[in-house]
Design a protein around this ligand. Structure first.
Ligand code: ATP
Ligand code: MG
Length: 229
């Protein structure tokens, strides 16, 4: 049975279309070393979210192979997969409950584990600044968070599961520059500790990425770091 131990990701000649006659990704090969930070950019419809969906096993490629730590995705057990791979979705869903519950998500984590995750996600200070700290109800109209702040809570939620691989689908809607900077700092601080694959709409969020992949019509058009692109 496969495990997610280091968090290395390998796409080998992957082809996929939601309708097999209409390829969305093709000839996609990509090796992401454990602990590295990869950014993915590309215009709308280029296949960025589809690439993450395949890695999350929501769909199976029509050709090629995807591996984590040398194991084909389907050889990794569900429990190992769930704890090994964390997702921060484009539009995170918050429970109408406390900040603590929104990070815990029923896992019965200790306050220390929750705070450690919140600190790693750079959202601890923000939570402390709310009227009831970790007890603040995230669903109450008065404490509605911005999209960027919801993403920070979602990063903490994902990190609380101690994943080896963290997938982020950056919000497309407007994120204020202050929150954007907090997200960017959080990613920089996680660099090297967890494999990060981050879809970005602003190059600034991924300026510290080891590699930035430019997707164009379902294949890799360019690859390089922020200075090279
Ligand atoms: P965006 O920047 O807008 O989020 P993206 O790069 O994430 O775009 P994808 O969502 O991966 O693009 O979509 C790639 C292509 O696949 C698009 O043509 C899209 O219409 C199509 N597509 C995406 N999801 C589905 C689906 N569930 N069923 C059918 N087609 C889909
Ligand atoms: Mg998308």
């Amino acid at each position: 049975q496969g495990q997610v131990s280091q968090g290395a990701v390998h796409f080998k000649d992957v082809a996929f279309g939601y309708d097999a006659r209409l390829p969305v990704l093709h000839d996609l090969s990509l090796t992401i070393p454990a602990g590295s930070f990869y950014g993915i950019v590309g215009h709308t419809g280029s296949g960025k979210s589809t690439l993450l969906s395949l890695l999350l096993r929501f769909y199976t490629p029509q050709a090629g192979q995807i591996e984590i730590d040398g194991f084909p995705l389907l050889e990794i057990g569900d429990a190992a997969f769930r704890s090994g791979v964390g997702l921060v979705p484009q539009d995170p869903f918050l429970l109408a409950s406390s900040a603590r519950d929104n990070i815990d998500m029923g896992r019965k984590l200790s306050q220390e584990e929750i705070e450690t995750a919140a600190k790693a996600a750079n959202v601890h200070e923000l939570i402390l600044s709310l009227e009831n700290g970790y007890d603040t109800d995230m669903g109450e109209s008065g404490t509605r968070l911005s999209t960027g702040q919801k993403q920070l809570i979602a990063i903490a939620r994902a990190l609380a599961g101690k994943p080896r691989i963290l997938l982020l689908d950056e919000a497309t809607s407007h994120i204020d520059s202050e929150t954007e900077q907090i997200v960017q700092q959080a990613l920089s601080r996680l660099h090297g500790k967890v494999t990060m694959i981050s879809i970005a709409h602003r190059l600034s969020t991924i300026r510290d990425a080891d590699q930035i992949i430019v997707l164009n019509h379902g294949h890799i058009a360019e690859k390089g770091n922020h200075d090279e692109l």
